[in-house]
Design a protein around this ligand. Structure first.
Ligand SMILES: C[S@@+](CC[C@H](N)C(=O)[O-])C[C@H]1O[C@@H](n2cnc3c(N)ncnc32)[C@H](O)[C@@H]1O
Length: 265
């Protein structure tokens, strides 16, 4: 049985281990994977959250998010805006001094189209960091895809397919930005990640029946991917409106201890 739990909560107040013990019926106190897509601090019009923190405040926000991931998940992914790469690198270096057994891998989400810029390069990518701990189990076979060689009958091709690289681009799956006319698009929210991208990150580090946390639910992309793949999901958003949209879409019911829940056999 898979459990989906939604909280209308600031992620810093989420009690992940309590939720796992209470609802997800496992004896462990950590999720397998955290997937986080925090606001970019670019003055986007979210319902509740004001996306314009002072630079130092935003760095502290990222700092708290990295710590939250380390405390609550075996593996953490954070997707963020390229303009914060320098700050993120400095933060991660400091975390590696405190937690010397973590490793950091940089992944890239490439867009098939980015914002046009007449005076400089356009913006065509978004970084994703993946933090692994000694408890991480990587499952590269889960992300094998038919390779170019296999498609073209090349005898040298591995019949099992090829493990994807660290750039998520259009050579394997469509990882494009979710545009207005995409079937995935939920128009009540200003940004949304592609389900294929979230799926490939999660499946690399989440076993069958495992548990995922997403502290920035938005339209519930992670929740939808978890539902479709038999993973438990704990997700939260500070916006009541976004929570209500997701509760309605997935027909969740109120939980006596707060938030909403559904279970799937
Ligand atoms: C970039 S969006 C996430 C979009 C999501 N990945 C998707 O594909 O739909 C960030 C979300 O974080 C929420 N948020 C901002 N600060 C938060 C906080 N402290 N705790 C929980 N949610 C927060 C915002 O309301 C917004 O919906």
């Amino acid at each position: 049985m898979v459990s989906i739990r939604v909280f209308n909560e600031d992620f810093r107040k989420l009690e992940v281990s309590q939720t796992i013990v209470r609802d997800l019926m496992v004896l462990d106190d950590k999720a397998d994977t955290m997937f986080a897509d925090p606001p970019d601090n670019i003055k986007l019009g979210y319902d509740e959250y004001d996306d314009r923190l002072e630079a130092a405040e935003y760095i502290e926000f990222l700092n708290e998010l990295i710590e939250f991931g380390l405390q609550n998940a075996r593996t953490s992914y954070i997707s963020f805006n390229a303009k914060h790469m320098t700050d993120m690198g400095v933060l991660l270096k400091a975390f590696q001094c405190i937690y010397p057994d973590i490793t950091v891998r940089w992944l890239i989400q490439g867009f098939t189209f980015g914002q046009h810029n007449k005076s400089d390069h356009g913006n065509n990518f978004r970084p994703i960091i993946r933090i692994t701990t000694p408890e991480t189990v990587l499952r590269p076979d889960a992300i094998r895809r038919e390779s170019w060689r296999l498609k073209n009958g090349d005898k040298r091709a591995n019949p099992a397919g090829k493990v994807g690289g660290d750039v998520f681009f259009t050579d394997f799956l469509e990882y494009a930005r979710v545009t207005g006319n995409s079937k995935q698009r939920r128009s009540y929210h200003p940004t949304q990640l592609h389900e294929g991208l979230v799926h490939d990150c999660l499946t690399m580090t989440t076993p069958d029946g495992g548990t995922v946390i997403d502290p920035f639910m938005g339209t519930g992309t992670t929740l939808r991917v978890c539902k479709g793949n038999g993973w438990n999901c704990i997700t939260s958003d500070i916006s009541e409106q976004y929570c209500n949209e997701v509760v309605e879409e997935h027909d969740l019911w109120s939980h006596p201890k707060g938030g909403w829940i559904t279970t799937i056999e």
